[in-house]
Design a protein around this ligand. Sequence first.
Ligand code: GDP
Ligand code: MN
Length: 390
Amino acid sequence: MNIHEYQAKAVLSRYGVAVPEGDVADTVENAVSITEGLGMPVVIKAQIHAGGRGKGGGVKLAETISDAREHAEDIIGMQLVTHQTGPEGKQVKRVLVERASRISKEYYLGMVVDRSVSRIAVMASTEGGVSIETIAKRSPNLIIKEWIDPVLGLMPFQARKIAFGLGLADSLTDKAVKIIMSLYKAFVETDCSLAEINPLVLTEENELLALDAKMNFDNNALFRHKDIQALRDFDEEDPAETEASGHKLSYIRLEGNIGCLVNGAGLAMTTMDMIKLCGGSPANFLDVGGNASTGQVTHAFRLILSDPNLKAIFVNIFGGIMRCDVIAEGVVAAAKSIGLSVPLIVRLEGTNREKGKEILAASGLNITPAADLEDGAKKAVAAAAGGGGL
Ligand code: GDP
Ligand code: MN
């Protein structure tokens, strides 16, 4: 789960990370009154779940109250397009109004779970700010990295190593170490998968401040963080994905036109790859899990059918724990209750495969059986392209 910058700053400041003074507003009037309370200059920042807002026009400095009003008017309600939003952008519902900082240098500080070594990796760079992705790609030597032993936790010597690596003046080392240790504590205690301060700035007053903050949380650990769960913003989520998570389905909408209903994340990925390989394009990722009920299968169909681009559906099931006859019954019940508007291709393999096929054949529905994964993908691609091959 992702949260907004203003929420991440509130979490981090509870852990002792210094952040600029400010508040969030959802109307221009509120933004102006926060500005009046802070004093000039201020910075007005779009709150969406995506980075790159500065370059997209979602972060603006204001020297006067009337500038602040103008920026708030421009930003609230705008469709902000950044390299992380996709071409359609995201609508801005709120802005963070902060006292503007006088920046003397921008650093990068981030932590992620590095799956390749099963450890948290701490990353830092002297080249923080809006171009960190380019730096990481072109000059990876400018990124300092430390991996944390999960038993020992982040050791003070590691935090000092990073602070020295950033070339900070001696007077700032302790402050930097404190921020690094605090970010780590926040990361572990709230079960983050990513926490990032970019930029971490050195101000002209010689203070270190988190000017931007991003936190992602491990969904599997959210149950033990009610306070973090409360920060979820449904406006930022695809409504179909929200509905899916309510039914314990893993659903991600994509740009293609072939709906996929699959059990198991690995098989779902393979199905998408095979569709691509056969020249088609998947409309979604959908994993109904190891033992989906008829109700879940029906919901899964509803989600797939809610996509206006949909041209065909490919059901690809490997019956292990889940028996093929059960899924076949689910498919038939769902197809009958919803009414299918597009061709349906079904491949069943594994436990009770024959029984499942009989159920589909006896249903009277227009279902195209597939012999294997490739056959199914080919048939789905042909159907989506407008008949042919069926
Ligand atoms: P992002 O583009 O979504 O990552 O948004 P950031 O919050 O990181 O802001 C982008 C850039 O705007 C920063 O890297 C700074 O250069 C600039 N910026 C943000 N806040 C301030 C501020 O208070 N003062 C000044 N001078 N620049 C700021
Ligand atoms: Mn940033």
